[in-house]
Write a protein that binds this ligand. Structure first.
Ligand SMILES: O=c1ccn([C@@H]2O[C@H](COP(=O)(O)OP(=O)(O)O[C@H]3O[C@@H](CO)[C@H](O)[C@H]3O)[C@@H](O)[C@H]2O)c(=O)[nH]1
Ligand SMILES: [Mn+2]
Length: 343
C-alpha cells in the first residue's frame, strides 16, 4: 500500500503567527499547516484566551511568557504590533520559519487552484539565489526555465537563499497616505514569478507572508522595538533592511514574488495614520543610512553584523530621535537573548 508522502521539511520548519484575534483563519490552512508545528505569539491582555481550532500542534506564548523567559531583556520584544512574532523566532528550534498574519487566507492561482504558500516558500528557500547578476527569465532554478544567454557561467551556482518574501492578493500592503487616496484599490494581479533582490538593493519587506532560514539569517530577523514609538507598521521593514544589508555582506540571497496569500482585512487608515506617523518622516533618512552601511571584514557572522549595526544605528540615526538609542540597545538585548536561547 502506498504510504502518504511526508510533507516537505515537516520536522525542520515552524510556523510563527503573531495575533490579537482568534485563529479561525487556520481552518482554511488546515490541509497545508496541520502537519507542522505552530508557534503562536499572543499580543494584548495575557489573561484573554485565544481560540485555536482543534487538531493543530502548537505552543502559545503571551507577554507573561516573554517576561519569564527573557527576564531583563524582555523589553526588546515589542507588543502592540506584529513585532511580537519575533519572540516566536527566538523560541523556535527548527531550521526554517514561515510566518503569516492571522488575516491572510489561502489565495487561488489564475486556474482557480488553491495555492500552497508553504510549499512555494520551501522551494524558494531550498534553491539558490542570484544576487550578483539579474536573470531576465526570473528564478532560473524553477522548473521549465534556466539562465539566459549572456549569464556568466561562473555565477550560475548562485548563493544560499536566506529569505523568501511572498506577496498578497486583495488588500495591498500600502502605507496610510496611499490607502487613504485609493480606499477601494485591490491587488488582483497574479504574477507567476520569483526574483532575487539584487545585491546592494534594499526593499520593503512585509512580514505578512514570509519565510526564512533561521540558521542563516535568524538573528537579523528582529522586528524592532516598535509598539510605543509611533514607528508602527515599520517592524517588518526594519527587519528587512537589517537582514538585507547583512545578506549582502555575507553573500546570502533574498527572493521575492510567489507565493501569494489572500490578505483580507484593511486596517482603518485613521488608526494606522497615527501608528505610522514618524516612520513616514524617518524613512527618508533611514534608507540613506542603510545604503551607507559597510561592515568591517571581522563581521563574519550575522550576530557580529547585527551588533555592529546596533552601534551604527545609535551613532547615525540617534541624532534624528532618542528612539534610535533605545532601538540600538534593544538590538543588543535581542542578540543576547538569541545567544542565550540558541547556544
Ligand atoms: O497590535 C497588534 C497589531 C497586529 N497584530 C498582529 O499582527 C499581524 C498584522 O496585523 P494587521 O493585519 O492588523 O496589520 P497590517 O497592517 O495589515 O499588517 C502589515 O503590517 C505589518 C507590520 O506591522 C505586518 O507584518 C504586515 O503584514 C496580525 O496577525 C495581527 O493579529 C498584533 O499581534 N498586535
Ligand atoms: Mn493585515
Amino acid at each position: 500500500m502506498a504510504q502518504p508522502a511526508t510533507p516537505p521539511l515537516k520536522h525542520e520548519l515552524d510556523i510563527v503567527i503573531p495575533t490579537m484575534r482568534n485563529l479561525h483563519f487556520l481552518e482554511m490552512w488546515r490541509p497545508f499547516f496541520e502537519p507542522y508545528h505552530l508557534i503562536i505569539v499572543q499580543d494584548g491582555d495575557p489573561s484573554k484566551s485565544i481560540q485555536v481550532p482543534d487538531g493543530f500542534d502548537y505552543e502559545l506564548y503571551n507577554r507573561n511568557d516573554v517576561n519569564r523567559v527573557l527576564g531583563p531583556n524582555a523589553n526588546c520584544i515589542a507588543f502592540k504590533d506584529s513585532a511580537c512574532r519575533c519572540f516566536g523566532f527566538l523560541m523556535a528550534k527548527k531550521k526554517y520559519i514561515f510566518t503569516i498574519d492571522d488575516d491572510c487566507f489561502v489565495a487561488k492561482d489564475p486556474s482557480g487552484r488553491e495555492i500552497n504558500a508553504l510549499q512555494q516558500h520551501i522551494e524558494n528557500l531550498l534553491t539558490p539565489s542570484t544576487p550578483f547578476f539579474f536573470n531576465t527569465l526570473y528564478d532560473p532554478y524553477r522548473d521549465g526555465t534556466d539562465f539566459v544567454r549572456g549569464y556568466p557561467f561562473s555565477l550560475r551556482e548562485g548563493v544560499p537563499t536566506a529569505i523568501s518574501h511572498g506577496l498578497w492578493l486583495n488588500i495591498p500592503d500600502y502605507d496610510t497616505p496611499t490607502q487613504l487616496v485609493k480606499p477601494l484599490e485591490r491587488n488582483t494581479r497574479y504574477v507567476d514569478a520569483v526574483v532575487t533582490v539584487p545585491k546592494g538593493t534594499l526593499f520593503p519587506l512585509c512580514g505578512m507572508n514570509l519565510a526564512f532560514n533561521r540558521e542563516l539569517i535568524g538573528p537579523a530577523m528582529y522586528f524592532g522595538l516598535i509598539g510605543d514609538a509611533s514607528f508602527g507598521r515599520c517592524d517588518d521593514m526594519w527587519a528587512g533592511w537589517c537582514a538585507k544589508v547583512i545578506c549582502d555582506h555575507l553573500s546570502l540571497g533574498v527572493k521575492t514574488g510567489l507565493p501569494y496569500v489572500w490578505h483580507n482585512e484593511a486596517n482603518n487608515p485613521f488608526d494606522t495614520m497615527k501608528k505610522e506617523q514618524k516612520g513616514i518622516y524617518w524613512l527618508e533618512q533611514i534608507i540613506p543610512f542603510f545604503q551607507s552601511v559597510v561592515f568591517p571584514k571581522e563581521c563574519t557572522t550575522v550576530q557580529r553584523c547585527f551588533i555592529e549595526l546596533s552601534k551604527l544605528v545609535k551613532e547615525k540615526l540617534g541624532p534624528i530621535d532618542p528612539y534610535f538609542h533605545q532601538l540600538g540597545d534593544s538590538m543588543v538585548a535581542w542578540i543576547e537573548s538569541w545567544e542565550e536561547l540558541n547556544s
